[in-house]
Write a protein that binds this ligand. Structure first.
Ligand SMILES: [Fe+2]
Length: 475
């Protein structure tokens, strides 16, 4: 008999709480019209605890579930599956949570070495289609391969033994060569002070791994790739095994450690070539894009003054934090360069995206999730739920917005209208969950006309728990 979910944690309750079913739904109800040329699958990944979790549940610690909208000829089908990780299989057999993935010291005695030795992780953060494989990522472990159509679990994927580290949930794919670049933090062991950068060619073969020692052991969520540089941001969410053994938080906000931005030459660079540039304390989970010209690197990201969702080293909350689109400039020609940054958009924003065909290059269009201030969150870290989508025009500074009202909305994913379409010409796809019906719908917009409202809403009769990231796989 499974135990009920605790009702005192916002991430175990609506709109984040788990659903406990896997299903297929064909020919979903469509309000409006799905564009005829839109053909492919939108994936969504998020934490969906199989059982009532152990200890203090952290949003990042739930078992991964993947949801997919398969779109063709103006119609949409849907399916969802848990990823059958080692943890999922053990707990499914045990009939209860026996492992706390976020705390190695909170597992049943029989599994006391599980968290520090597990290679499969939670598969709960993001998906990517690359080299003919559909991978589900969770940054602390290797990726997990699933079937792109049925979503059935295939197994942990280590690039035929070449990947000896984890894989970030935010790999970058070069739009010209198809090369995928990614990294792992704490690369050589639990809480080690280093990252490993990996390159995988378009065929899916891991071709190069570059070891980069870092100023301290940090959780690194996202990074930036430009035409000539790989940029590793070391921001002070520190990891400490000693602190965890003393009963403190394994990961904590320690602003006194400073922000250090590592710049690795993209082609032929080794760990000896990494240059570290300092920055005033701030925190970014997600970057929109970056590019370089004449040695000047420009990076856009949704920047917080301090991290939300993580405690201080003393276990206190860091308080309220709101991210805003912020532009960094690093002049590598200057031997005393520091990261200069300026807020470029006054709207709160998270989950930024660009047209993937402009990844690493100069670009004009970006999109993000935002809020209109009407829907108040129960989380101490935030006032508002993201219920709004925004398009930011870097050329004019103009912002085009659409509010989904009494709904929480996901990260939006841009899909080009065709391979030849101009930058930004295409569709924006996001999943919104209504606070009234408690069901989710896929919204499809003309990406450059958000305020005009969705071209189509594709309705589910159930809810996709508010999660992390999505991706698109063209048919
Ligand atoms: Fe992320």
């Amino acid at each position: 008999m499974s135990l009920p979910m605790p009702d005192n944690n916002p991430f175990l309750n609506f709109p984040y709480g788990a659903i406990h079913m896997e299903c297929e739904a064909r020919d979903l109800i469509v309000e409006g019209e799905i564009p005829a040329g839109l053909s492919g699958t939108l994936y969504r990944a998020g934490p969906n605890p199989r059982f009532a979790p152990r200890g203090d549940y952290h949003f990042f610690g739930g078992d991964g579930m993947v949801h997919a909208f398969h779109i063709k000829d103006g119609k949409a089908d849907y399916n969802n599956r848990w990823v059958r990780t080692a943890k999922w299989n053990i707990e499914d057999k045990e009939g209860r949570a026996v492992i706390n993935a976020m705390n190695p010291f909170d597992c049943e005695p029989e599994y006391s070495d599980f968290v520090l030795t597990d290679k499969e992780g939670l598969a709960n953060t993001a998906t990517v289609w690359h080299g003919g494989r559909m991978l589900v990522m969770e940054e602390g472990h290797r990726p997990y391969e699933i079937d792109p159509v049925t979503l059935e679990s295939i197994g942990s994927w280590d690039f035929r033994g070449k990947l000896q580290t984890a894989m970030t949930a935010h790999p970058k794919i070069d739009p010209d060569t198809g090369e995928m670049i990614f990294f792992a933090y704490m690369a050589t062991g639990p809480f080690s002070a280093d990252v490993m950068v990996h390159k995988v060619n378009a065929a899916g073969v891991l071709t190069e791994s570059i070891h980069v020692p870092t100023p301290y052991s940090a959780m690194v969520h996202d990074f930036v790739v430009t035409e000539n540089y790989i940029i590793i941001p070391i921001m002070p969410i520190t990891g400490s095994l000693e602190r965890a053994m003393e009963g403190g938080p394994p990961f904590a906000w320690e602003p006194e450690k400073g922000v250090h931005i590592g710049i690795l030459p993209r082609n032929g660079g080794s760990s000896d070539d990494v240059r570290w540039v300092e920055m005033d304390v701030a925190f970014v989970f997600h970057f929109m894009n970056g590019f370089d010209r004449d040695g000047v690197i420009t990076i856009d990201g949704c920047q917080f003054e301090r991290v939300p969702l993580f405690p201080t080293a003393d276990g206190e909350t860091t308080g309220k934090a709101e991210p805003h689109l912020t532009r960094w400039t690093i002049d590598t020609n200057d031997p005393n360069a520091k990261v200069a940054f300026v807020r470029i958009d006054e709207h709160e924003s998270e989950f930024p995206q660009c047209d993937p065909r402009r990844m690493g290059k100069t670009y004009r269009h970006g999109w993000y999730a935002s809020c209109d201030g009407e829907l108040k969150s129960t989380m101490v870290q935030n006032d508002n739920y993201y219920n709004t989508l925004g398009h930011f025009d870097h050329e004019t500074g103009a912002v085009d917005r659409f509010s989904c009202g009494q709904s929480i909305v996901s990260e939006p994913i841009f899909v080009p209208a065709s391979a030849e379409a101009a930058e930004g010409e295409g569709y924006l796809l996001a999943v919104a969950t209504s606070f009234e019906t408690r069901t989710s719908s896929l919204y499809i917009f003309n990406a450059l006309e958000l305020a005009a409202g969705p071209l189509a809403k594709v309705h589910l009769s159930h809810r996709i728990p508010a999660g992390f990231h999505g991706s698109w796989r063209p048919a």
